[in-house]
Ligand binder design. Structure first.
Ligand code: ADP
Ligand code: MG
Length: 160
C-alpha cells in the first residue's frame, strides 16, 4: 500500500479475498456516523469490499449486493448500513429512502455507486474507488479522504 503526498492512499489487490481483507482492515478504524462512498464499475469489487467491512465489524450475516433491496442494515460492532445507488436518479432519491435518518445514528453508511449521489453527503466522508488493473483479477483501490479526520485513520491501515 502506498501513501502519497497528494493525500490519497492506494492499494493493489490480486483477488477478491484481498479486496475483502482491505475492507476488514479499514473496519477497525470505523466510528459511528462514518460514511464511505464506493465508486467503480460493475464487478470492480465494491460488494467484495463491503463484505470485508462487514466481517471486520463482526457481522455474521452474509452481505450481498443490495441492488434490488436498495438498503440493508446489518448488526455488528457498529450497525452497517449498506446502500446501492445504482438504480437511483440522483441525490434527491436518498431523501425518499430516508437515508438522512442513518446519518445521525451509530451506524456506518456504505454506499455502492456513491458517485451517483455524491451531492447528498457533506464532508467528511471517505471515497473508495475501484479500478480494473492489468490482469483479470487485479484491482487498484484508491482511498480519497474528503474533509477532516480520515487521513490519520488511513495511516492505520497502511500497516495492515
Ligand atoms: P461490484 O460490487 O463492484 O459490482 P463485486 O465485488 O460484486 O463488484 O464483484 C467483483 C467480482 O470480481 C467478483 O466476481 C470477484 O470474484 C471478482 N474479482 C476478481 N478479482 C477481484 C479483486 N481483486 N477484487 C475484488 N473482486 C475481484
Ligand atoms: Mg455491488
Amino acid at each position: 500500500m502506498n501513501a502519497f503526498a497528494e493525500g490519497f492512499v492506494e492499494a493493489i489487490t490480486r483477488n477478491a479475498s484481498e479486496t475483502r481483507e482491505l475492507g476488514k482492515a479499514l473496519a477497525q478504524e470505523l466510528r459511528p456516523g462514518d460514511v464511505l462512498l464506493l465508486v467503480g464499475e460493475l464487478g470492480a469489487g465494491k460488494t467484495s469490499f463491503a463484505q470485508g467491512l462487514a466481517r471486520g465489524l463482526g457481522v455474521s450475516e452474509r452481505v450481498t449486493s443490495p441492488t434490488f433491496t436498495l438498503v440493508r442494515e446489518y448488526a455488528g460492532r457498529l450497525p452497517l448500513i449498506h446502500l446501492d445507488a445504482y438504480r437511483l436518479e440522483g441525490p434527491l432519491d436518498l431523501y425518499e429512502i430516508g437515508v438522512e435518518e442513518y446519518l445521525d445514528g451509530n451506524g456506518v453508511l456504505v454506499v455502492e455507486w456513491g458517485d451517483r449521489v455524491k451531492g447528498f453527503f457533506e464532508p467528511p466522508y471517505l471515497e473508495v474507488k475501484f479500478e480494473y488493473g492489468s490482469g483479470d483479477d487485479v484491482r487498484r483501490v484508491v482511498f480519497t479522504p474528503v474533509g477532516e479526520g480520515w487521513s490519520e485513520r488511513l495511516s492505520g491501515i497502511l500497516e495492515a
